[in-house]
Design a protein around this ligand. Sequence first.
Ligand code: ATP
Length: 351
Amino acid sequence: MLNIGVLLGDDIGLEVVPEAVKVMKAAAAKTGLQIVWSEHAIGKRGHELHGHTFPLQTQAELEKTDGWLCGPIGHNAYPRNDPTWIMPPVRKRFELYANIKPVKSYPNIPSVHKNVDIVFLREVTEGLQSSDTVVAGAGEFRPNDAISIGTRVVTRRGANRVARAAFEIARSRPRKTVTALHKEPVYRLVCGMFAEECRKVAKEFPDVHFNEVLIDGFMMKAVMNPRQYDVVVTTNQFGDIVTDLGAGLVGGLGLAPGLVCGDHQAMAQATHGSAPDIAGKNMANPYALIMSGQMLLEWLGRKRGDTKAVEAAMWIERAMERVIAEQRQLTADLGGTASTTQMGDAVVSAL
Ligand code: ATP
């Protein structure tokens, strides 16, 4: 049995998160997996109820779950001058250190490249965004008006655990290759420590190939020939940038799911934001949230040795592949005419 929290978020979150829940419920029913669901407020609703976009009350409730689906929080959810920075403190509190972002092309979806299948791992508790507080810009200083300073933190523990997560994923994939991205020749200490820990972990995984690429060179190589990459691991800010590049390689934000995981809990969270421009029109693509939910089930299933959860995840993946291949119920961003709900329904019937 799994306890899964549901955080709808704002704007299109109110439309795509329910589609993910619907699909996960159908998959769970198919395999006999029991899921206890609970809904908690974030975003505008969190602000209205508790004065915060990611209320402490919600965080306390999430402690009791195995993981949760997190919808996007809109910029209109809180006052413009509110300096609250939502995600970094939440990731720290739950020690969700690895953001896993798969990037996969489909034959019939327009994309820059075909046959791309990369899993990015971005460290998300350290780096340039390593503030311990909830205030945006912590870790940055302006000693006087002529100079601004930003700090970047890499610890052996932080680098080692995200590297380990990357090798574990690579081990389960056919190409079994991890590429670490850094810029050690310039950032000798911070990138140096990250690279050293990756090399150490590589020795423990002799069945996985390991290589290192400088971050700037990677950007060019990934644009020209992304097929050469399998699992790619990097530090926080480099990861922030390369994962958007990855989404762009295969068809954009609607196709970019993600899971932010620690050792015990995980948060399913798509790369896209709350997309206020298309909210309320039932036209947002639910793929990213559905597939983030699929990743949550697979991750929890493997962690807890729950074969029903792993199977449910496998069925969702297959059902989504079928809906995409058939091209009948796709949303407008994928070249179709279906609504958000129709695409979710199509995945359920494919299940
Ligand atoms: P944020 O800063 O919160 O990430 P944003 O407005 O910069 O928000 P998104 O909300 O992700 O970024 O939207 C960027 C563009 O992508 C918008 O035009 C939006 O309509 C489109 N978009 C985002 N998500 C989806 C989706 N699931 N389906 C279709 N289009 C989407």
